[in-house]
Design a protein around this ligand. Sequence first.
Ligand code: FAD
Length: 537
Amino acid sequence: MPTLRQQVHRLRGAEVLDLVADVLVIGGGPAASWAALTATEAGARVVVVDKGYLGTSGATAPSNTGTWFVPPGAEREAAIARRQLLNGGLAVPRWIDRTLDMAWQRLHTLADWGYKFPNDDSGKPYLNNLRGPDYMAFMRRRVLRAGVAILDHHPALELLTDSGVIAGAAGIDRQRNRPWRVRAGAVVLATGGCAFGERMLGATGLTGDGYLMAVEAGATLSGMEFSAQYACAPRQSSLNKGMPFSWASFFREDGTRLDTANKDRHVVVARALLEGPVWAQYDKGIPELRLWLRQGQPNCFLPYDRTGVDPFTQRFPVTLRCEGTVRGVGGIKLTGDDCSTGIPALYAAGDAASRERMTGAITGGGGPNSSWAIASGVWAGRAAAKFAAREARRIRDRRVTGIGRAGLRPALSARPDASAGDILETVREEFLPLGRNFFRGGATLRQSLDRLDRTWAELRDHLPGEGLAAVKSREAAALTATSRWAYASALARAESRGMQRRLDLPATDPEFVCSFEVSGLDRIDVTRSEIPGAVAQ
Ligand SMILES: Cc1cc2nc3c(=O)[nH]c(=O)nc-3n(C[C@H](O)[C@H](O)[C@H](O)COP(=O)(O)OP(=O)(O)OC[C@H]3O[C@@H](n4cnc5c(N)ncnc54)[C@H](O)[C@@H]3O)c2cc1C
């Protein structure tokens, strides 16, 4: 039998690319790569479809990524206990432990495979950090070597089902402008988080597509109120790498210094930005740090080099960029240890999945999310392969139906003047401003929700989604839906906790040591649930 890659090659001139695989992985970041590799190890024939190019797309590829890498035993127990003090009492130690365990194993595997970790001062490989571009280029080679068929620039637009069981996905090959369809025994959604149309590194394609596809299939999301993650960036630049700002001082326009000592600098900077421009300077580090930062984070210095600013001796204007759920928390709720979603044959991994059990109410950046992408990718890939093995003989004969609606198949008449670009602007206006999302309030949340609900109804009824235009239409639908799920959850959580900052309800309320699950497309339902195993502070 020809391999999947041979089949893709043979079908290069066909009007539709129609494939049959055991497992379809949607996404092209670390979670997708680990899922594909693990499913292949389990004997599955795997296709990966990426909106971009596996190796350069997604949030990890352009970044330097710290991992949460802690050995088992006392050191790990202490690390978990320290994090418990910060995460708002919503994380589950058992989930953190099993994630750290899997990341510990697989980072060692990565070293065994030949990924070049730098050495630490004692000459041992330093596994706590992955250089995004090298890591993802390495993963691409590894995935190809495993025999996986990678379809770059093939965004998935909708899931396919057969009698309520997920049976593949369909989308468009954006370079040839032709439809593709992959019938598969199981699907892993590894489409990353949602950056709500913010202009930041690696996030162009992170528009919440996986959330929309999952909810259309009947899945639930959780932790969506924890979607107000922001990072410092030089103003006018999309460079949202926050690490160098650990050595920065911040100033108002008139030169007065902002007091960030023992405070969350993002909150201090956000407050000041609401009143006027804020400037920064990396003036806190010793001279050696300059060289080290330039070597470790070379692309961080491009905006300064281009404008002739020396950020160590000169001040430059800064802003806060919304990262949404990318370094945030919310995503598809997992219903089992194997990253199942409650929908037969559908699994989720990485930022597409909720990281609430792992990070609670605080950011998963700085280590947890990259370790989560590895661990959840492995679990999801393994479980998808197992599920698909049971379906193997039926896959080819299935009668599959596409279940995508908004942005693909207008409920009423398609209106050519309905514009995905306008919808994107609406989402940006409602979700990016600090005064709406970073600092939230009941009245502004309701106001935004009203507008977003109206936008949703319009796009559902009238936004056309044909040919290549379907990519932007579906993104517009996913962005609008995700904003509504996030704000509906933020209203339900009538308190402040972690990155949910309610100006009208500033206290943390012990009654809210719980999770909010959100589902539905036209009517959004938010339900409260307990978090089994969470350790309240
Ligand atoms: C600047 C920055 C620095 C960070 N630093 C750290 C750190 O130090 N430590 C840490 O733990 N975390 C960090 N993070 C977070 C970390 O990068 C993410 O958690 C991680 O990339 C998640 O991996 P993923 O595979 O789930 O998603 P991503 O890497 O974002 O990949 C998502 C993939 O899905 C694809 N996709 C999206 N929609 C579709 C579709 N419809 N069809 C097909 N494909 C689709 C995209 O093209 C992309 O390839 C950082 C994030 C940023 C932005």
